[in-house]
Design a protein around this ligand. Structure first.
Ligand SMILES: *Cc1c(COP(=O)(O)O)cnc(C)c1O
Length: 432
């Protein structure tokens, strides 16, 4: 594959930006390779500046559930952009999106729009602390909730990939208020709460974890978190920034029938534009300024472009009943990948949750961060590069999750499966 122009562009970008990128994982440093510079996308496809074409299973890390440049979104954005891009004043669009979110996530009775998942999780925590008048929070090792200080402790994904579980610049004082526990281990949560439950404001969790690779919650795990938090008067925050609209339309809370106090949404909610939201129980959310004293604001929050893209995306998901079809195609792909690994005699894990899936080069099931970290990264690297070479764009780290969109066809699925046959063979050579 020719990546000449991308290599040149990358060298130039590196002069002006750390790693040549604006978010670390994009640099492909984990796989020791040049990232293709993207020129444009259409549906399930992306095209780089060297003229290579890829079937995209990253989808901007999740948001593009309708695919790239969906005609419906393009049309609506075109209409809106001529009417102005931001007013810093109320518009009808904000209420329209809030209503849609509330319809799909009834637990989000009152909602505040923000611009990124980072902001949503950071603000939800502030609300939890302000409401309970407690300072400590519990998060799980390998769960990522954006890059705000108190949450950048044992975070997964980019942070895990780069081996910086906590970042320089996060003060010890901040980190001290964050209790980190292994994912999928109720016993450890019970222990901590029995020691200092009265000081804990909230548990924040990715109910389906997608930032240490894809890891599903064990049976009754989420229900257990709900019971413990209730018992000690702490809040339960579901960070559904990634798994929302994917595990099922109504997210993990719908799929597992557990009602959190607060929920964070992002990624899909903005239809590819910067947008996120947090919300939940009315009695809690009424403490947010100007109804209450907990301050949180944003110059571009709820801007008409992001609202428009979000409204179009959620309306399409609802009206066109797309979720089932996307999940069905994901299942075919996942089963195909498993079969193809068997042909190569490779023991791998291919977890799936709705339209999310992942690949671990591990012989046994992966249920927490330590097990994810023990999977064979070198083999993943070979696999990833062999897939890219065949025009299949997967995420360059096994700590990331892969996504399907409504634009992917069964032919795309078949092509991806065929590519894995070759890629697994390459991995097989490596093990011999
Ligand atoms: C992506 C992600 C975030 C951060 O969202 P940004 O928009 O990148 O700030 C937070 N939580 C989860 C679960 C995510 O997947």
């Amino acid at each position: 594959m020719n990546l000449k122009k991308s290599a040149k562009a990358f060298a130039e970008a590196k002069k002006f930006m750390p790693g040549g990128v604006n978010s670390p994982v994009r640099s492909f440093s984990t796989v020791n390779s040049t990232p293709p510079f993207i020129s444009h996308g259409k549906g399930q496809l992306i095209f780089d500046i060297d003229g290579n074409e890829y079937i995209d299973f990253v989808l901007s890390w999740g948001p593009l559930i309708l695919g790239h440049a969906h005609p419906r979104i393009v049309k609506a954005l075109n209409r809106q952009i001529r009417r102005g891009t931001s007013f810093g004043a109320p518009t009808l669009l904000e209420t329209q999106l809030a209503k849609l979110v509330n319809q799909i996530y009834p637990s989000m009775e009152v909602i505040r729009m923000v611009n990124s998942g980072t902001e949503a999780a950071m603000s939800a925590l502030r609300v939890a602390r302000g409401y309970t008048n407690r300072e400590k929070i519990v998060k799980f090792i390998g769960c990522y909730h954006g890059h705000s200080d108190s949450l950048l402790v044992k975070a997964g994904s980019g942070a895990a990939t780069f081996g910086e579980p906590s970042s320089p610049g996060v003060t010890r004082g901040t980190a001290q208020d964050t209790i980190t526990l292994p994912f999928n281990d109720l016993k450890s949560v019970e222990n901590v709460f029995s020691q200092c439950g009265e000081q804990i404001a909230a548990i924040i969790v990715e109910p389906v974890a997608g930032n240490m690779g894809l890891i599903l919650p064990k049976e009754n795990y989420l229900r257990g978190l709900r019971e413990i938090t209730k018992k000690y008067g702490a809040l339960l925050i579901f960070d559904e920034v990634m798994c929302g609209f994917r595990v099922s339309l109504g997210g993990a809370q719908e799929k597992y029938q557990v009602k959190p106090d607060l929920t964070c949404l992002g990624k899909i909610i903005g239809g590819g534009l910067p947008c996120a939201a947090y919300g939940g129980r009315e009695d809690i959310m009424r403490n947010v300024s100007p109804d209450g004293k907990i301050y949180q604001a944003g110059t571009l929050s709820g801007n008409p472009l992001a609202m428009t893209a979000g409204i179009e995306t959620l309306t399409a998901l609802l009206e066109e009943n797309l979720t089932e079809k996307i999940i069905y195609n994901t299942t075919i792909l996942v089963e195909g990948i498993k079969a193809s690994a068997q042909v190569s005699n490779l023991k791998i894990q291919v977890p799936q949750a709705g339209s999310m899936f992942g690949i671990f080069f591990s012989e046994s099931e992966v249920t927490n961060y330590d097990e994810a970290a023990a999977a064979n990264q070198e083999m993943f690297r070979k696999f990833f590069l062999a897939m890219l070479e065949q025009g299949i764009y997967f995420a360059p780290s096994q700590f990331e999750t892969l996504f399907m969109s409504a634009a992917h066809t069964q032919e795309d699925v078949a092509n991806a499966i065929i590519a894995t046959v070759d890629a697994f063979e390459v991995c097989q050579w490596l093990t011999d």
